[in-house]
Design a protein around this ligand. Structure first.
Ligand code: IMP
Length: 422
């Protein structure tokens, strides 16, 4: 399948887990390169539902090698729980999972600081997953982070943790939060480090060797383009590069080894957390929530919902180099009479055909819509492009054309086989 980066073209939750699972079948390696356990990838295999937070979803295919790259921030306690949960379901993890020695460790003070910062922001809060992601990447950038290579070296971990807790406990006290006990944190994280030691390796060398042998690598994106720390709706973003470039820096695989970039979008738009969402619409949110859809996989929060926005997806195609588009959750729109698609924004006298960088401006943008007739018939059982209702094909083609890319895949339900290749 060649080396492929897969990214979300919206605000995360595009249904990437399912598309990654389908593409993983044709890959030898599946690599996570950014984010942490703020992500939640849901995969259904038969009646069994798997929600993965850190382990690449390729693990569900026997024999696939899965890598957690250097760009990921890892909460070791939560990773151990995830591994044990997978093993309890009969998934083979040992020998198939590799964890970068350079990945930064998320510690309890990161989670507490995340919570405190959100509390202090009040109405301006970001609506984070409270998994400590921002503070962990903050420590990485400030060069005071603890990496996996430190965690699995007991004397070094003990010394670093002592030092880091001294500073972070002073900050927590100043913010009015309870300080953490060294003994408790040390015991839990030391034990998790011991459990993870066999997985820790130089994933850069592992992947270099794999590319030299001509193995197929799939880089599974987490979150989405507009949650990217550089290209997203700052400050309402996560703290990593969720766009295609992040796959290279987060794995050590260079750009000239990448063949394709898959973008995944929903047939409509959703967002969890705060920040602008120009096409937000209460009726479509009621419809989808009423169907039991669009509740967050990590936090269970109801997602905000809106019409498809091709200003957003066109921008995503541009910054990621998306050459293949997968559109998911098409069946979610099966009952809608008339579909709206945003094709531009109006802000005062100005028109935008790209996403303005200022979140305050974006929040004030009025969408300019084109309308499409709905198909008003179930699509979940359809397995061939030509069997989709004509208005559905026209709608999906229009989404790809307006986004400036080529439609490659359509998903009409959560199961592996509810996938149509073009
Ligand atoms: P953080 O990544 O926990 O710091 O959260 C920052 C923003 O990114 C919040 O709006 C979250 O709701 C959002 N976010 C983080 N991870 C995901 C995800 O996997 N899907 C959707 N939104 C996410």
């Amino acid at each position: 399948m060649a080396n492929t980066i897969l990214v979300g073209a919206q605000w995360g939750d595009e249904g990437k887990g399912k598309i990654i699972d389908v593409l993983a079948e044709r890959s030898d390696y599946v690599v996570r390169t950014a984010g942490g356990n703020n992500a939640g990838h849901t995969v259904f295999i038969g009646p069994q539902k798997y929600v993965l937070h850190l382990v690449p979803s390729g693990i569900l295919w026997p024999g696939k090698k899965c890598v957690i790259g250097n760009g990921v921030v890892v909460d070791p306690v939560s990773l151990v729980e995830e591994i044990e949960g997978l093993q309890a379901l009969g998934v083979k993890v040992d020998g198939n999972l590799f964890l970068s020695e350079c990945a930064h460790v998320v510690l309890p003070y990161h989670r507490l600081l995340d919570e405190q910062r959100e509390l202090r922001k009040g109405r301006q809060k970001i609506g984070t997953t409270k998994r400590g992601i921002g503070p962990a990447y903050g420590d990485k950038a400030a060069r005071v982070g603890i990496r996996m290579v430190d965690l699995i070296n007991p004397p070094r971990f003990e010394a670093l943790l002592r030092q880091r807790l001294r500073e972070n406990n002073a900050v927590l006290r100043a913010l009015g939060a309870r300080p953490l006990s060294f003994a408790r944190v040390h015991a839990a994280y030391r034990a998790a480090g011991d459990r993870l030691r066999p997985f820790v390796t130089s994933t850069v060398m592992l992947l270099h060797e794999a590319t030299r042998r001509g193995a197929n690598i799939l880089f599974e994106g987490a979150q989405g383009t507009f949650l990217d720390i550089d290209h997203g709706t700052y400050p309402y973003v996560t703290s990593s590069n969720t766009t295609a470039g992040g796959a290279c820096t987060g794995s050590g695989v260079p750009p000239n080894k990448i063949d394709h970039v898959y973008g995944v979008m929903k047939a409509y738009t959703t967002r969890v957390g705060e920040g602008p969402l120009p096409t937000e619409n209460a009726a479509i949110a009621d419809l989808l929530h009423g169907m039991g859809r669009e509740f967050g996989a990590t936090t269970g929060r109801p997602r905000r919902c809106g019409w498809a926005d091709t200003v957003v997806t066109r921008h995503a195609v541009m910054v990621n180099g998306i050459d293949r588009l997968a559109i998911t959750n098409v069946d979610g729109l099966d009952t809608v009479e008339t579909l709206k698609v945003c094709i531009g924004y109006r802000h005062g006298d100005r028109r935008y055909d790209y996403v303005p960088a200022d979140a305050a401006v974006l929040a004030e943008c009025e969408p300019v819509y084109a309308e499409f007739p709905g198909w008003r018939t179930p699509t979940g059982h359809i397995r061939e492009w030509r069997k989709l209702p004509a208005p559905c094909r026209a709608y999906l083609k229009a989404l790809a054309e307006l986004s400036n890319t080529r439609l490659a895949m359509v998903s009409v339900g959560p199961a592996r086989d509810q996938t149509i290749f073009l």
